[in-house]
Design a protein around this ligand. Structure first.
Ligand code: NAD
Length: 341
C-alpha cells in the first residue's frame, strides 16, 4: 500500500518493515549461503532505509542494519571466535557523483594531499587469519564483525593460505584479512556436479565460496577449488621492538607478499581523480578478465596515519569506500512498497 511519510507512526512502521526485510535477506545470505534476492535489490533496500534515516534521524538506532555489520555465527555448526580487532564492512557509492562527495568528505576531514589505493572488490567472503609466531592458528568468518565462525580446518585446505609465514622474524601475533572466492571459470562445473548428485546448485560464485568454506566436514571444502586474496592487517603485535611497520596501505601489501601471503595483482595508487575514474571504468568494462567476480572497486586512503585519523563509523571505515558496479544480471523488483512523500 501507500505510505504517508509525513506521519511519524507510518514512517516508523515503514523503517521497521525495511529493517526486518534486510535482516531476513542477511540471514539467507550469510547463514544459509542462499540469497533470495539479487545483491542489487538488497543494496536498494539498504539505500532506502539509509535515505529515510537521513531524512528522519529519529529513526536511527544502534540496531538498525544501516549501523551494523551483517552476519552472525551459526553455532549449530561452528565454534564462536572473537576477533582480536573488529572486522568492518564498507560503505558503498553507486556513481561518480557520489564518489565525488566521498572525496570531498575525506579531504575536508584531512586537508592534506591524499593518495588513494584502488583495487578490485572481490566478491567472495571475508575471512580473518590469525598467525602466532608465524604459524596459522585460526581462521574465522566475519560474523557480526566482533565474533565470527571458527573455520580453521576448512581454511587449512586452501593451497593459497600458507600454514606458516615465510619470514625469520614473524610478528608475535597478527590478524590478516582477506577474501575467499570461487574461481568463475570452475563455477558452472561445480553446479553441474551438484545437480548430478541431486543437490541444489549455488546462485553465484560468491555463494559457492561461502557454501564450500562453511562446511562441517573440511574434506568437502578440500575438494572445492577455493582461492584466497588478502587485503589487510590488524592486531599486529611485533615480536620485538626492532621492526619497521608499513606507513601506507600499499606497503602493507608488500609486507603481506613478503610473508608469502596471496595479494592481488590489480592494486594501484593514484593521486589524480581522473586516473581513479579511468581505473573504475576500465575494470567495469573488463570484469570478465579476472579470476574472481568483481562487484566493484575499493578505494582506500593510502597513508595509514591518515586512515587512523579518519577512523570508523559503527560499521565501516571512513578511509575506504566501495564503488559498486551496476549488476550484470537482469533483476526483477520483488519488493512492492509505494512511497508517498
Ligand atoms: P560489502 O561486501 O559491500 O563490503 C565489505 C566487504 O568487502 C569486506 O568485508 C571485505 O571482505 C570485502 N572486500 C572485497 N574486496 C575487498 C578489498 N579489495 N578490500 C577490502 N575489502 C574487500 O559489504 P558486506 O557488509 O559484506 O555485504 C553487503 C553486500 O553483500 C551487499 O551490498 C550485497 O552485495 C551483499 N548481500 C546480499 C544479500 C542478498 O540477499 N542478495 C544479503 C546481504 C548482503
Amino acid at each position: 500500500g501507500s505510505i504517508d511519510l509525513t506521519d511519524p507512526a507510518q514512517r516508523a512502521h515503514y523503517a521497521q518493515r525495511l529493517a526486518e526485510l534486510i535482516e531476513t535477506h542477511r540471514e539467507a545470505y550469510y547463514q544459509h549461503d542462499a540469497p533470495t534476492v539479487s545483491d542489487a535489490e538488497y543494496d536498494e533496500l539498504v539505500k532506502r532505509l539509509q535515505d529515510l534515516e537521513r531524512q528522519y534521524p529519529e529513526l536511527v538506532s544502534d540496531r538498525s542494519p544501516t549501523q551494523t555489520v551483517g552476519g552472525a555465527v551459526d553455532t549449530s555448526t561452528f565454534a564462536e571466535v572473537r576477533h582480536l580487532a573488529r572486522m568492518y564492512s564498507l560503505d558503498n557509492v553507486f556513481s561518480i557523483e557520489e564518489l565525488g562527495a566521498w572525496f570531498t568528505r575525506v579531504e575536508k576531514a584531512v586537508p592534506v594531499d591524499t593518495r588513494y589505493l584502488c583495487e578490485l572488490k572481490i566478491d567472495g567472503l571475508a575471512v580473518n587469519l590469525l598467525y602466532e609466531n608465524g604459524e596459522l592458528v585460526r581462521a574465522a568468518t566475519r560474523g557480526d564483525g566482533r565474533t565470527g565462525e571458527d573455520i580453521t580446518a576448512n581454511v587449512r585446505t586452501l593451497s593459497d593460505v600458507p600454514a606458516r609465514l615465510t619470514t625469520e622474524h614473524p610478528p608475535a601475533q597478527v590478524e590478516v584479512r582477506g577474501e575467499v572466492f570461487f574461481p568463475v571459470e570452475q563455477f558452472a562445473e561445480l553446479n553441474a556436479a551438484l545437480v548430478e548428485e541431486g543437490k541444489s546448485p549455488f546462485a553465484n560464485p560468491r555463494n559457492a565460496a561461502a557454501g564450500s568454506l562453511r562446511q562441517k566436514d573440511a574434506a568437502v571444502t578440500a575438494r572445492r577449488p577455493l582461492r584466497m586474496l588478502v587485503h589487510g592487517i590488524a592486531a599486529w603485535t611485533p615480536a620485538d621492538a626492532e621492526h619497521t611497520e608499513p606507513a601506507a596501505q600499499s606497503e602493507v601489501y608488500e609486507q603481506l607478499r613478503t610473508w608469502g601471503l596471496p595479494i592481488s595483482d590489480y592494486f594501484r595508487v593514484f593521486d589524480d581523480r581522473q586516473e581513479i575514474e579511468a581505473f573504475i571504468a576500465h575494470y567495469g568494462d573488463h570484469r570478465d578478465s579476472v579470476l574472481h567476480e568483481i562487484d566493484g572497486v575499493v578505494l582506500k586512503v593510502d597513508d595509514l596515519a591518515t586512515q587512523e585519523e579518519l577512523g570508523y563509523t559503527s560499521r565501516a571505515p571512513r578511509w575506504a569506500i566501495a564503488y559498486k558496479y551496476p549488476p550484470e544480471e537482469v533483476t526483477t523488483t520483488l519488493l512492492d512498497i509505494q512511497v508517498q512523500v
